[in-house]
Design a binder for this molecule. Structure first.
Ligand SMILES: Cc1cc2nc3c(=O)[nH]c(=O)nc-3n(C[C@H](O)[C@H](O)[C@H](O)COP(=O)(O)O)c2cc1C
Ligand code: SF4
Ligand code: SF4
Length: 251
C-alpha cells in the first residue's frame, strides 16, 4: 500500500510526531503544507493509499492556512489518519475540524491521534517532547492504524471536539531586531508569505499566523516576539500545562 504524510509543521514538532507515527510504514512520501508555492489543487491520491495528515493546534484549533491548503487536495477516497499536535495545554476542537476538512476533501478518516510536542512559543512546556517513550508509543499507534487500513473493518473513529469550533484567537507577531543580517531566510521560509524578501525586518501583520517558524530558524536569533507578552501567556496557561498529557489514539 502506498503511504503518504501531509504535514504542516512550522517549527518541527508536528513533523517529529508524524515521522514517529509512520516509521514502520513503507514508502512514505511527504507533502509539506507549509510551502506557499505548491499547487495543492493538482494533488490527487490513489483510492488505495493510506495518508496521515498532521497539524499543530493553535489556540485549540488547526491553523486556517493549513486547513485551506488541505481543502484544495483531492482525497479520492484514500484512507487517512488525522493527528493533532499540541504543546501540553489542550487541543480542544483541532481534531474535529481536521476530521471535517479531511472528509470534505474526499478522505476516509479511519483513525485520529492527539500527541504532545514542545510548546513552540513557551518552550518550557512539554520541553523535549516527543521524547523516546512518545516516539515508541506513536510508532505503536502507527502499527495499529496500518493493521486497520489493511483489514476490511474500516469503522469511523469517535473523534473528540465541538462544533461549532472554538474561535481562533489573535497571536503574537514576531519582529526582527538590529542584529538582523538581511539574509532573507525567514522571508523564504515563512508559510504565510508575511515577510518581504527586501525588508525582512518587518512583518505583514495581516498575513502572519504567529507560527514561530521565523523565530526558530533565524540563524542569529534576530526575530522575536514580545518577552512581556510571552511571560503573560506563560502565566495564563501554567496551570493547564502543569500536568503531563498523554498521547491518545482514537480508532
Ligand atoms: C500560535 C500558537 C498557538 C498555540 N496554541 C496552543 C494551544 O492552544 N494548546 C497547546 O497545547 N499548544 C499550543 N501551541 C503549541 C503548539 O501546538 C505546539 O508547540 C506544536 O508542537 C507546534 O507545532 P510545530 O512544532 O510543528 O510548529 C501553540 C503554538 C502557537 C505557535
Ligand atoms: S532570518 Fe534572521 S537574519 Fe535572516 S533576514 Fe530573517 S531576521 Fe534577518
Ligand atoms: S512571520 Fe508570522 S507566519 Fe511568517 S514565519 Fe514568522 S510567525 Fe510564521
Amino acid at each position: 500500500m502506498k503511504c503518504y504524510q501531509i504535514v504542516f509543521s512550522p517549527t518541527g514538532g508536528t513533523e517529529r510526531v508524524a515521522r514517529a507515527i509512520t516509521q514502520n510504514w513503507s514508502q512514505v512520501d511527504t507533502i509539506d503544507l507549509s510551502a506557499p508555492d505548491t499547487k495543492y489543487a493538482e494533488i490527487c491520491f490513489e483510492s488505495e493509499a493510506l495518508v496521515m495528515i498532521a497539524m499543530p493546534s493553535f489556540g485549540g484549533v488547526a491553523p486556517q492556512l493549513a486547513l485551506n491548503r488541505l481543502a484544495m487536495i483531492k482525497g479520492n477516497g484514500a484512507k487517512c489518519v488525522i493527528a493533532a499536535v499540541y504543546g501540553n495545554r489542550a487541543y480542544e476542537d483541532t481534531l474535529a475540524q481536521m476530521e471535517d476538512y479531511a472528509q470534505n476533501a474526499g478522505f476516509q478518516v479511519i483513525a485520529a491521534i492527539s500527541a504532545v510536542a514542545e510548546h513552540s512559543i513557551i518552550h518550557e512546556y512539554a520541553a523535549g517532547r516527543p521524547n523516546l517513550d512518545d516516539c515508541k508509543e506513536l510508532a505503536e499507534f502507527g502499527n495499529r492504524i496500518l493493521e486497520k487500513a489493511t483489514s476490511s473493518k474500516l469503522s469511523k473513529p469517535s473523534v473528540p471536539g465541538n462544533r461549532p469550533y472554538k474561535k481562533a484567537g489573535t497571536g503574537m507577531v514576531p519582529k526582527a531586531d538590529s542584529s538582523c543580517t538581511s539574509c532573507g531566510l525567514c522571508a523564504q521560509k515563512c508559510p504565510a508569505g508575511a515577510i518581504s524578501a527586501n525588508t525582512p525586518g518587518t512583518t505583514d501583520k495581516s498575513k502572519c499566523i504567529s507560527c514561530m517558524r521565523c523565530v526558530s530558524i533565524c540563524p542569529v536569533q534576530a526575530r522575536k516576539v514580545s518577552s512581556l507578552m510571552t511571560t503573560i501567556a506563560a502565566a495564563a496557561i501554567k496551570k493547564a500545562c502543569s500536568v503531563e498529557k498523554a498521547n491518545e489514539l482514537f480508532i
